[in-house]
Design a protein around this ligand. Sequence first.
Ligand SMILES: Nc1nc2c(ncn2[C@@H]2O[C@H](COP(=O)(O)OP(=O)(O)OP(=O)(O)O)[C@@H](O)[C@H]2O)c(=O)[nH]1
Ligand SMILES: [Mg+2]
Length: 304
Amino acid sequence: MGLFDSLKHGLERSREALNEIFYFGGEVDEDFWEELEDTLVMGDMGGEIAMRVTDDLREMAARKNLRTADQLRAALAERLEEFFVAPESDIFDDTPSCVLFVGINGAGKTTTVGKIASAEATAGKNVVIGSADTFRAAAIEQLDVWGERAGVPVIKRDRGSDPASVCYDVLDEADKCNSDLVLIDTAGRLHSSPELMRELAKVVKVTRKRAEACTAGPMPVHAVLVIDAATGQNGLNQAKEFNDALGLDGIIMTKLDGTAKGGIALAVANQLKLPIYRIGVGEQVDDLQRFNAHDFCRALVGIE
Ligand SMILES: Nc1nc2c(ncn2[C@@H]2O[C@H](COP(=O)(O)OP(=O)(O)OP(=O)(O)O)[C@@H](O)[C@H]2O)c(=O)[nH]1
Ligand SMILES: [Mg+2]
């Protein structure tokens, strides 16, 4: 399966709802506009974006005399694309680079670290993983499995250790080995817990401090929020809280394969003006893709 096909496959559930209105009857009438707005809201773009997009398309349809729903499909994809922010550069391509993966429990942080470690090690990079989830039982073992598969060392301490110390250790190792890419997994936590958010802010701070002192020069540190797309509009709250606590650099959206709420990617990117670096479209090692707003929007609305 090609990249675009697998993206389309991943977004199938999000797209089905839109397909219904685009295929049904095919006439652009009052019902069509209402259904379009409802479908966008249900796909979790949020009411405001849904309304803006619908109004803009309605105006365009009148101006250009577009009469069939199918003609509007491409225009919709283009309009949706405008909500995304393009990154200055890809933090996983930059060398050297240290990325901390943060997010609520079960969002897909550890899996994403594993997938990226494999992809970047295969591409010839010198990668090291840090296991700063010292809280959850089996978290370290889970990461070890991914590290082994990728042929990448995993720096860890005993369960219950200070997560900031692990970050310190992993940067020591990266410094010693001239690593290109440092990937640090953190424990899942609720964005609504001030205590856990403070702990995480400390982890990020210690990491930045140690990264600045690298022998070869300061290593840039990025905090990336991993969001499960199926959490829908709650993803917006998560993004806001994590961003307030840490100053996020970007987003990774996981589990787009299992949800009809793909529009949340757009809502979060637009609200926080943050780039999406990768999207997860399955549980396997290859089920992670670079995010491309153009392809994403076309796949979302079902353009071949
Ligand atoms: N379908 C699908 N499943 C995914 C994706 N990414 C992760 N998962 C699954 O989601 C579950 C949780 O993933 P983890 O990587 O353990 O999540 P985590 O954020 O590290 O969880 P905690 O460490 O407990 O906070 C696992 O069963 C993964 O296989 C994805 O893109 N698609
Ligand atoms: Mg984890």
